[in-house]
Design a protein around this ligand. Sequence first.
Ligand code: XMP
Length: 525
Amino acid sequence: MTQTSHDRLLIIDFGSQVTQLIARRLRELNVYCEIHPFNRVDDAFLTAFAPRAVIFSGGPASVFTEGAPMPPAGVFDLGVPILGICYGQQVMMHCLGGKVERGHGTAEFGRAYVTPTATTHPILSGWFDTDDGNGGREQVWMSHGDHVSEIAPGFQVLGTSPNAPFAITANPERHFYAVQFHPEVHHTPKGAKLYENFVRLAGFKGDWTMGAYREEAIRKIREQVGDQKVICGLSGGVDSSVAAVLIHEAIGDQLTCVFVDHGLLRLGEAEQVVTMFRDHYNMPLIHADESDLFLGALEGISDPEVKRKTIGRLFIEVFEKHAKSVGGATFLAQGTLYPDVIESVSFSGGPSVTIKSHHNVGGLPEKMGMKLVEPLRELFKDEVRALGRELGLPDAFIGRHPFPGPGLAIRCPGEITREKLDILRRADAVYIDQIRKHGLYDEIWQAFAAILPMRTVGVMGDGRTYDYALALRAVTSVDGMTADYYPFTHDFLGETATRIINEVQGVNRVFYDCTSKPPGTIELE
Ligand code: XMP
């Protein structure tokens, strides 16, 4: 739980796939909120959190099953507005004396239309517009098997859909609201308006702005760190850069940034990062050129997980060395974001499957025995970008595509060699240059070249070539969790392949990767 002077909204997570979207919609309204799993929220937590309003998320469970997730009993006695969504509606009705049924033919998945009843309420202000061509009904997104068959005492019905007679309900006296659909998703066009009405009725001031966040974060960093020293691993990515600039603003030269050059960076990257932070921002910065150490240790390794673990271990060694060299730093700064912090609700109780040990590179602190400074823990990626702008970081830097901690190691499937890295770096630079020249960079979440572990035969001039093949990847995504390949034109792809082969010696074939995620992942390893 975070200390903040803002009014707080508590989202109790019952395991919906889209709980984070509820938080996004609220943040867009400048409302501070936190997501906590239902099994961590008890009455003591509620007292300490002191929410101004509560939202129950949806979830995959059924109120009938044994051990079905329930909110703490005390939540209904807090005297604050509550909004229940989907399972959140069902659980609210179940707890307050209504009825939920598993219905034959009453499940609804996907688009549905809600029509108003004769009862109106300000929670629906701006809804059911008779002039918008929908005949006064509103499109919503449903995803439910069970449904409420009897509303709890004190509730009124404000909207119905063919398979959800209680699609929108309210207990005006207690300020409890409950909807069967998902207002947080894009396919409920007026969903944002519903949240806006809810937070207005709950009395939120909407004062969660980036300017306010910056001031608060600076105060908290000063309080936490006192006169101790902090080191910050700077990767050149947006998150660590924004964290470093913010911490530097808070504690000045008590912060030293460590930029580890593991020999797996892109063309010109080390120079760019060092120039920007050391020369422009005037920050104490150690440029640790450790390429021999990393590339030496990676020699002969082709397994992706062993690569990641090797890189993670060496990062720790290098950081430890520099934490000592700055005269005993006790804090380590990290650009951890909110999506990394939210605990996901596991109904099976088992750990989720590890696809890639992504966070090993960031997972330094436990092993190093240092305390953490994580000033971005409450922010989503786009909010970090907004904070970066607020701090005056150049747009070109803020809009940079994400780059993974293990760098080019995971874009070089199989064994890594200096020769391959050199080819990859040059080819990647041509590819990105092409994307920028065509004005596509900002439309793409992430684009990069990967060098494939094979050579193919070609013919150049009158001679035979036997050179490397490259894969080009470009994806669109909102959060990196799911992604689709970017639909370049054939002209663009042809021109790019030609440029790479002409300009980069050692490549004679270029493929474009048309795999979405899932089933693929964004990186090749
Ligand atoms: P995948 O390949 O899992 O990538 O679809 C999703 C996002 O995570 C980045 N990524 C990593 N970042 N360490 C990191 O710091 C890693 O080991 C790692 N692997 C993938 C990837 O670039 C994409 O943005």
